[in-house]
Design a protein around this ligand. Structure first.
Ligand code: SF4
Ligand code: MG
Length: 274
């Protein structure tokens, strides 16, 4: 049986020392081993951005796509090969700006893949501009007087788009993040996991210390029920989205694959669809 070490390869990440993405990579490798996968049963598809490099750092099938297009590729891989476990990954700029149309429709389509967003509230690869996740007043090279646009609350957005699995974590919390990725992989449907993954080079506001001070773990809230969508929405609003843990899961809704006639019989490539 594979261990997390089997999901390592010889490529040395060129992320800045301290970047949150290192822990996300480690969590994916641990989660993949913990759910019993072998490297040839996993495909990691990524978009463009610092976080997009992750597909090259994991020993599994990988595809480094183009900016904002990780989800069309990942959904295509899953539809073509029903036996492969698909993890899509990218940054907040990739998934919530240029890729937002794909994100919303992948959510409502409920294809059985896991989408992990490394959310650093900035564009890191292009050296520090505001992203759709940057807070009002955030000063960057593109907003020297401070951003006047409000940050998108992606977890609330996912709930209203009909998501069946919504979770959030912090790259410092490897244990929680690994457990959530395992749950996401095991979920029969589209799972969205947003990970606060600090950019130590360009975001000097939303730092590790800032998150430690401002995040609330749902496991610390007495009686929190992740199957209650109303409570999930209310909790997000009360905490301005700054919660971690499993926010919402609906495991009763069939996945896209469940509703496609013949999907489980043989690969689509081998079927006569005329
Ligand atoms: Fe990470 Fe930021 Fe460096 Fe990119 S620029 S590797 S996001 S710390
Ligand atoms: Mg980013």
């Amino acid at each position: 049986m594979a261990t997390f070490k089997d999901f390592r390869n010889k490529v040395k990440p060129n992320w800045c020392p301290g970047c949150g993405d290192f822990s996300v990579q480690a969590a994916i490798q641990r989660a993949a081993a913990n759910v019993g996968l072998e490297p040839d049963q996993l495909a990691v598809i990524s978009g463009i951005g610092c976080s997009g490099r992750i597909s090259g750092y994991i020993n599994a099938y990988g595809f480094h796509g183009v900016h904002g297009r990780v989800l069309p590729i990942a959904q295509g891989v899953k539809m073509a090969n029903r036996d492969v476990t698909v993890i899509a990954s990218g940054g907040d700029g990739d998934g919530f700006a240029i890729g937002m149309g794909h994100t919303v429709h992948a959510i409502r389509r409920n294809i059985n893949i896991t989408y992990i967003v490394m959310d650093n509230q900035i564009y890191g690869l292009t050296k520090g501009q505001t992203s759709p996740r940057s807070d009002v007043g955030f000063k960057t090279k593109s907003t020297p007087s401070g951003s006047v646009e409000s940050a998108l609350n992606v977890m609330e957005m996912a709930l209203t788009a009909g998501a069946t699995f919504v979770a959030q974590s912090f790259s410092s919390d490897l244990k929680e993040l690994t457990a959530l990725i395992e749950k996401g992989i095991n979920h029969n449907g589209f799972s969205l996991i947003n990970v606060f993954s600090p950019c130590v080079t360009f975001n000097k506001v939303n730092t590790y210390d800032w998150f430690k001070e401002n995040l609330t773990k749902l496991s610390d809230l007495e009686g929190y029920d992740p199957q209650n969508r109303m409570v999930a929405m209310q909790t997000l609003m009360e905490h301005n989205g700054l919660v971690t843990g499993l926010i919402y899961q609906n495991d009763k809704q069939p996945s896209y694959q469940d509703l496609i006639a013949g999907y489980d019989e043989k690969p689509l490539a081998d079927q006569d669809l005329t």
